[in-house]
Each structure stands twice: as C-alpha cells, then as structure tokens.
Write a protein that binds this ligand. Sequence first.
Ligand code: BEZ
Length: 211
Amino acid sequence: MAIRLGDTAPDFTADTTQGTISFHEWLGDSWGVLFSHPKDFTPVCTTELGYVARIKPEFDKRNVKVIGLSVDSVESHNKWEGDIGETQGTPVNFPMIGDPDRTVSDLYDMIHPNANDTLTVRSVFVIGPDKKVKLTITYPASTGRNFDEILRVIDSLQLTAKYKVATPVNWTDGNDVIIGAAVSDDEAKTLFPNGWKTVKPYLRVLPQPGK
Ligand code: BEZ
C-alpha cells in the first residue's frame, strides 16, 4: 500500500554497504532521507549519488541521515561505488541498501509496475525524528532529482515543526514566512510579539522566526 504523509515509516532490517541496519534504530533521534535508484551502473543514478555524497555535510548540519537503495546487491553497490568516486569526485559516504529480494522496495511501494516491473522508481521519503513520513516524492527513472530542493524542503519542515508558520512559494531559508492558517490573530500576538504584515486576513507575513 502507498505510504502517505503522517504514516509511520515502515521499519526493516537490511544489508547495506555499511553493514546490517535496523532502520528505526539507525535513524535514532535524527531526521532521515531514504531514496531509491532504479539500478546500479546507470548514468543518472551515478550523478545523483555523487551529488548527494558531495552535499552530505549539508544533511549533517541539519541532523539528517541519508540512505540509498536499489534492487541490486550490496556486492554490486560496492563495485559501483568505485566508479562513482572516480567519476563524480566524492566517494559515497552514506549507506546503500542492497534489496535484491525487494523487501524494502515493496514495503515502501518503490516499484511501480506500470512504469517498470522490476526496477524501483526514484522515490524520496523524508522521515522526522518521530519516525513519521514528512515528505514523499516520486520521479521517473529518466529524470535525475534535485537534491538542493530536498534540502530546501527539509529546512521548511524543520522550521514549521518548531514554529506555527508555513513557508510560501519558492521559499528558502532566511526569507519571510506566513503565519499558519489555524493561528488566530490573538494567538499570533503571543507567538510573534514583534508583529507581522497583514496582506489579507488569511495572508499574514513575517520575518523568519529564529533568524
Ligand atoms: C539511469 O540512472 O540513468 C537510469 C536508470 C534506469 C533507467 C533509466 C535511466
């Protein structure tokens, strides 16, 4: 069954390039990004994994653990990682799940038979420290993901978990935010004593809290 926002991320135990992990235990108190690749030794995936390795410090800064998956074996991942380091400039510095029997792929509904019977699509799951799914995105095999966008969404998720705000179109860290629709003006006066700009009664804008 499809995984929806707010669901508990299914737990599993799997072999990875960094040993056997129990997913929830491995996540601990961190946020997590679980993302799937259609297949090892393929060009788009090679660029994606190299890029995630390069920006891993950005995930670390946000207390986010990243973990990849494809339906190939850990042995295959290990061989492929040599190519990724060589061609993309950064060695893969996060675990890759080997899922040849598709246990995790099926658990997370990462195989979409009308797209491809056997390969995973490019799924992304962002998981909060409460183990709830905060974001799902699905890309086709032919389109590489934008992992800067994943970081941008994580910034929004972490901000909105802390403050009763929402982030507007194309928001990036440091830009103005919006007071959540469920917050009354009376409550907003307590939450945001420095005030806000009322563009419309339902559109109340203020500088990003905590900045
Ligand atoms: C790729 O990573 O380039 C790729 C993988 C599977 C199907 C199509 C493209």
